[in-house]
Write a protein that binds this ligand. Structure first.
Ligand code: 5GP
Length: 122
């Protein structure tokens, strides 16, 4: 991340959450990743899991992000289990680009559960 004055490249609302500049209901944090409840949940459990490194989306990820991407998936499964979703099941989604409806350009996994989820998605 380069720093030009007070504007950091790749910065989004999630950057502000990482830096604790705006509040979020944080459910998990370590040195590499952060998980917090979505502000507009679409399921009884709707958590966003993000890398602290501001990767735009999976399309922008590189080979050197591979370990981090794996860590995100494994952490998502752990969080889902901690939320009591393991038995009933859950969905892990990442929206990539316009047709998927990506609105925040900082990679995030949606962890969704607590109700039966439709398939295919809209
Ligand atoms: P996307 O559509 O990019 O896959 O998902 C972005 C998600 O971020 C949306 O589900 C939206 O509700 C959530 N979101 C956007 N701004 C905030 C915020 O300031 N706080 C929290 N907790 N979630 C947010």
């Amino acid at each position: 991340v380069s720093n030009r004055g007070d504007k950091m490249e790749g910065d989004t609302i999630f950057g502000k959450i990482i830096r604790k500049e705006i509040p979020a209901a944080i459910v998990y944090e370590d040195e590499e990743v952060l998980a917090f409840r979505d502000i507009a949940p679409v399921a009884p459990v709707h958590i966003l899991l993000i890398p602290k490194r501001p990767i735009v989306n999976v399309a922008a990820a590189t080979e050197e992000d591979g370990v981090l991407l794996g860590r995100l998936m494994l952490t998502a499964a752990r969080i889902a289990k901690a939320e009591g979703l393991e038995e009933t099941g859950y969905r892990i989604v990442t929206n990539n680009g316009a047709h998927a409806g990506q609105t925040v350009f900082h990679l995030h996994l949606h962890i969704l559960g607590g109700r039966a989820l439709g398939w295919p998605p809209g």
